[in-house]
Design a protein around this ligand. Structure first.
Ligand code: TYM
Length: 325
C-alpha cells in the first residue's frame, strides 16, 4: 500500500484553509493508503508561542483531526515530539541541505521579514519538515499550495542523500488539490487565510457555528464591478468565494459562476453550504473535548506505531552517513 504522510502545526485554531487545502485530502487518502498524520509541535517552536497555549493547541489539534473524520483504526495520528527520530534525522538532513537552499525558502523570507531576532529553527525548519516526511518513506504528501516549495526541497535533499550515501529514501510527491489549494483571507483576499494573521473576520474556524460563518461570508470583501466571473488575479475576493462554493458543492468555480448573477445570492448560499460542510466536524469535536482520555490513547498508540517505522529509517540513515552503530 502506498504510504502517505502529512503534518499540521498546532500554532493556532484550524481554519477553512487548513480544512480545504489539506485535511479534506487527508481523510480521502486514509482509505486507500497507509496514512500517517502528525501534529508538528516542534515546528510550532520556531516562532514565539506560550508554553501552556502550545500544550492546549496540540491537544486541540488532535481533537480536530479526529473531528474532521480521520479514523485512528485506519490512519496513524501522533504528535511529532513523541517520536525522537524527527529531531535526530533533522540534524542529519541539516548536514545534507545547504545555506543557499534554505535561504531561498519564500516562507522563511516572509516570516523573517522585518523581525529583529529570528530563531535558528525558523531557518532550518524545512530540514525538519524533510525529516518528518523521509522518516516514513512517504510516497505522497497531501498539502496546500504554500508547502510546494518545501516539498521540492525535500525531494532535492532525498535525492542528494541517496546519491551520496546510497539509495535509502523514497522521493515523495506533493499532492495539492486542484481547487482550494490556496484559500484566501475573506477580508484581505490578497493574502492566504492563516492561523497567525490577526484577522478574525477574514478567517473561518473549522469549529465556527453557522451564525459566525454567515456573518463572515456576508462581510467578505469582493469588488464593485458586479461581474460574476472566476478570475483570481483580477477578482481575488469573488474568486475565493467561487472556489469555496465549488469545494462545498463538488463542482468547479466556473460552473458556480454560471449559476449566479448577484454576489449577495452567492454569499447567502455559500454561508449555508460551508455551515453544512463543517457541521459534522463541529458535532464530533463537541463530543471529543469531553473525552480527553480517548484522544490521549489515540496519540499514544499512534506514536508507538510511528516510532517503529521512524527508528528503523533513522538507524539506516545514521549508519549510511558513518555514525557508529
Ligand atoms: P500549516 O500548519 O501551516 O498548514 C497545514 C496544512 O494546511 C494547508 N493550508 C492551507 N491550504 C489552503 N489554503 C490556506 N489558506 C491554507 N493554510 C494552510 C497547508 O498547506 C498545510 O498542508 N510546514 C507545514 C507543516 C508540516 C508538514 C510537514 C506538512 C511540517 N512537517 C511534513 C507536510 C509534511 C505547515 O506549516 O503547515
Amino acid at each position: 500500500m502506498p504510504r502517505v504522510f502529512s503534518g499540521v502545526k498546532p500554532s493556532g485554531d484550524f481554519h477553512l484553509g487548513t480544512y480545504v487545502g489539506a485535511l479534506r485530502q487527508w481523510v480521502a487518502e486514509q482509505e486507500r493508503n497507509d496514512a500517517l498524520y502528525c501534529v508538528v509541535d516542534l515546528h510550532a517552536l520556531t516562532e514565539e508561542i506560550d508554553p501552556a497555549y502550545l500544550r492546549t493547541m496540540s491537544f486541540n489539534a488532535a481533537v480536530n483531526l479526529l473531528a474532521v473524520g480521520l479514523d485512528p483504526e485506519v490512519a496513524t495520528i501522533f504528535v511529532q515530539s513523541h517520536v525522537a527520530e524527527h529531531a535526530r534525522l533533522a540534524w542529519l538532513l541539516e548536514c545534507t541541505a545547504t545555506m543557499g537552499e534554505l535561504r531561498r525558502m519564500t516562507q522563511f523570507k516572509a516570516k523573517a521579514h522585518g523581525q529583529e531576532t529570528v530563531r535558528v529553527g525558523l531557518f532550518t525548519y524545512p530540514a525538519l519538515m524533510a525529516a518528518d516526511i523521509l522518516l516514513y518513506q512517504a510516497d505522497r504528501v497531501p498539502v496546500g499550495d504554500d508547502q510546494r516549495q518545501h516539498l521540492e526541497l525535500t525531494r532535492e535533499i532525498a535525492q542528494r542523500f541517496n546519491a551520496r550515501y546510497g539509495e535509502l529514501f523514497v522521493v515523495p510527491e506533493a499532492a495539492v488539490p486542484a481547487i482550494g489549494a490556496r484559500v484566501m483571507d475573506l477580508q484581505h483576499p490578497d493574502r492566504k487565510m492563516s492561523k497567525s494573521v490577526d484577522s478574525p473576520l477574514g478567517t473561518i474556524g473549522v469549529l465556527d457555528d453557522p451564525a459566525q460563518i454567515d456573518r463572515k461570508v456576508k462581510k467578505a470583501v469582493t469588488d464593485t464591478d458586479g461581474e460574476m466571473r472566476y478570475d483570481p488575479e483580477k477578482k481575488p475576493g469573488l474568486s475565493n468565494l467561487l472556489a469555496l462554493m465549488a469545494v462545498a458543492t463538488q463542482s468547479t468555480p466556473e460552473e458556480v459562476a454560471a449559476r449566479y448573477t448577484r454576489y449577495g445570492d452567492l454569499k447567502r448560499d455559500l454561508a449555508e453550504a460551508l455551515a453544512e460542510l463543517l457541521r459534522p466536524v463541529r458535532e464530533r469535536a463537541a463530543v471529543l473535548v469531553d473525552e480527553p482520555d480517548t484522544v490521549h490513547d489515540v496519540l499514544r498508540a499512534g506514536a508507538e506505531r510511528a516510532r517503529a517505522i521512524a527508528s528503523a529509517t533513522y538507524a539506516r540513515a545514521a549508519e549510511a552517513m558513518g555514525l557508529l552503530s
